[in-house]
Design a binder for this molecule. Sequence first.
Ligand code: FES
Ligand code: FE2
Length: 363
Amino acid sequence: MSEPAGDRMLPADRLSPAAYGALVERVLARGWHLLDPEIGAALPDAGPGVAPGALLPGCLDEPVLLSRDAEGAERLLSNVCTHRAALLVDAPGPSKRLRCPYHGRRFGLDGRCEAAPGFEGLAGFPGPDAHLPQLGLGSLGPLRFGAIAPMMPLNALLDPVLERIGWLPLDRLRPVPALHQDHLVAAHWALYLDNYLEGLHIPFVHPALNAALDMGAYQDHRLPFGTLQIGIAEVGQRAMLPPPGHPEAGQRVLAWYFWLFPCTMLNIYPWGISVNAVQPLGPAASRVRFSTWTWEPEGAATEAALAAAVQGLHQTEVEDEQVVARVQRGIGARAYRGGRYAPVREDGLRHFHQLLTRALAPD
Ligand code: FES
Ligand SMILES: [Fe+2]
């Protein structure tokens, strides 16, 4: 019997070292990424100021600058001087304008070039290319997202998330820095995503999670630029009870698991949000930066309960990382031809591969 076209996994050569650069430039450099929470936390509490950082550290390493002007408007600017590419700002702090330490070019907090020693009297200067490029910036509660030249607007990613979680107290979300963690994974970032995007492995890899979930009620949905998996709680588990009119009204939701193209995952739990931001480090290595955000009130009991919840998540995470590293060791095998997608619980994986293929196609 013949197979439908596109019914096999992404060819392994797409994940080879030779293909890695194309994925970085065609997919990652054109996607939205979570700004490291440390960047937002470093902005002064009030008044104009700046906080430098990198977008997708270890991979794009794009130097960026989060600025807030006197009116409170936030922008994400390039942190690279438009003259000869010197980095502009090294440390966060209050600031009303930026001054390049190399030849003294000055910029406003909106990125406009205000003065450039040596260029006085030059016809047509400063033109648009003298101003600092403004990059994409948007947010979901206190989570900020940045992009250099995105393929799609941020709301194409976030609107489906808000449709599901807009009723939750997002305005009360606060980071819990003590529970942020980095994990190194011995695998290509797309293999980490492959695993996240399917529920087929849960009974085999995650015994504790499997016991907490009603696997018969597990759902997965395609989003235009992502996926949504829905875990329904077994009796006795803490759950979210969505309001009337909600797509999951009447169900006890243990978690909504969102993947946002290309490599951000938002896991929504009764206590808040756990984010996995994947930072590719090479063709066989990735870093997953976990951050924890809660809407629960501050206090020792809350922090202890959160620490216990996050500990449970990390058990699941370690189980995932081990199995993903196992796939990395097999993916380059000459005898491996690419398996077929399971008709159940692997559609998110197929959707991911289709979005990758589309992004890699010539414009
Ligand atoms: S590199 Fe900034 S002024 Fe020359
Ligand atoms: Fe898993």
